[in-house]
Design a protein around this ligand. Structure first.
Ligand SMILES: Nc1nc2c(c(=O)[nH]1)N=C([C@H](O)[C@@H](O)CO)CN2
Length: 118
């Protein structure tokens, strides 16, 4: 199994359970690892034969920018659902950091893995 990854993808969105959090946008930071097989693309040198990380990033940026979830759990789950269902990725690991959410902590967040490692 090979992995294509996106690190430190920063997106502004409405996220949080408190009243003030519904009024502002906060930055979340995503690290995403996606299982794939790069062998065909490495042989053909064609973008059509691989997982286009720019296309994934564009889709996730659009989704997160327009989302308004309360919990990081919900947002993380929805992101992984999109990656698994729309990009033929069999397994994904997502780390979602919500910076500044807890005083004294650099960041706080969630790590989830979904799908099957091939
Ligand atoms: N498990 C979670 N705990 C908390 C969440 C969350 O999304 N998942 N959210 C908050 C608040 O929105 C917090 O981030 C504001 O600082 C608190 N706990």
């Amino acid at each position: 199994m090979d992995i294509i990854y996106l690190r430190d993808l920063r997106i502004d969105t409405v996220i949080g359970i408190y009243g003030w959090e519904r009024q502002v946008k906060q930055t979340i930071v995503l690290d995403i690892e996606m299982a794939t097989d790069i062998c065909k693309a490495a042989a053909t040198d064609h973008i059509e034969d691989t997982l286009n990380y720019k296309a994934v990033a564009k889709r996730i940026i659009d989704f997160v920018t327009h989302s308004e979830f309360e919990l990081v759990e919900t947002l993380a789950e929805r992101i992984t659902e999109i990656i698994l269902s729309e990009f033929q990725v069999p397994w994904v690991r997502l780390q979602l950091n919500k910076q500044g959410a807890v005083r004294g902590a650099r960041d706080v967040g969630i790590i989830i893995e979904r799908g099957i490692k091939i």
